[in-house]
Design a protein around this ligand. Structure first.
Ligand code: ZN
Length: 242
């Protein structure tokens, strides 16, 4: 009787150990999924005028809820916030896109920040300096979300292109630039280290969308009154063809 009880106790303890192991293993997998930087195509292809891809908005959403990019024919700036994908066209208007719309270049992640801080009264250059000290020369991508009030922001978008496509440097000469004052919204972007210069441009790249969903674009400059800065370190880099 006593022996039988011992066997049952040992059996139950073994089950607990197995469940704990399985649970721990699952946690690790989730952690990795959440910390994957996912990029469609690469910046040199986009810069050379490769503005058509077969990757859809719907497929992109499967790889992350937060990100930036552009649309086929280079039709404006793309921003994904909380799983909703928006298009800022060259007239500065913001639209929610349909799932079948295609993209030639984008980067997304499942945003799960591990570092939060408040930044007050800072220019774009000030924010970069503060971020540089937080990132401390890390050799991996970071996703960055900054939510707050901007006393000033300068944004751009680009018009759709016709084939044969000109290089990006030519398109940007005809970009539309918009300036706004006293606006609340979200900057979404990434830090790319020089180790990944083969797929993206080293440095910071942000897009913006206002809280009321009417203003957005690729960020050229800003002054942040007060904002929450959230950082998510990318453990895995996944680069796929467009
Ligand atoms: Zn951009």
């Amino acid at each position: 009787m006593c022996d039988r009880t011992s066997y049952i106790v040992i059996f139950l303890m073994a089950l607990i150990v197995i469940f704990a192991f399985l649970n721990g293993d699952n946690s690790d997998n989730n952690y990795n999924d959440e910390n994957t930087f996912f990029q469609v195509s690469n910046l040199s292809a986009l810069a050379a005028g490769e503005y058509l891809g077969n990757f859809t908005v719907n497929e992109l959403k499967n790889h992350g809820d937060t990100g930036i990019g552009t649309f086929n024919y280079l039709d404006g700036e793309m921003i994904e916030k909380n799983g909703s994908v928006y298009q800022v066209t060259s007239d500065g208007k913001v639209k929610i896109v349909n799932a079948a719309q295609k993209i030639p270049f984008a980067m997304v992640t499942e945003f799960d920040p591990e570092n939060r801080s408040i930044i007050n009264n800072s220019s774009y250059e000030d924010v970069k300096t503060k971020l540089n000290s937080s990132l401390n020369g890390e050799k991996t991508f970071y996703a960055i979300v900054i939510t707050g009030n901007f006393s000033y922001i300068e944004l751009r978008s680009v018009p759709p292109q016709k084939e044969p496509f000109p290089p990006l440097s030519e398109v940007i000469k005809n970009q539309s630039v918009f300036e706004h004052q006293n606006i609340t919204g979200t900057l979404i972007g990434f830090w790319c280290p020089s180790e990944y210069s083969s797929i993206n441009q080293p440095g910071y790249h942000f897009h913006f969308i206002s809280d009321n969903g009417t203003i957005g674009g690729h960020v050229l400059d800003f002054n942040l009154d007060s904002g929450l800065v959230e950082l998510d370190k990318m453990e895995i880099v996944q680069n796929v063809p467009k």
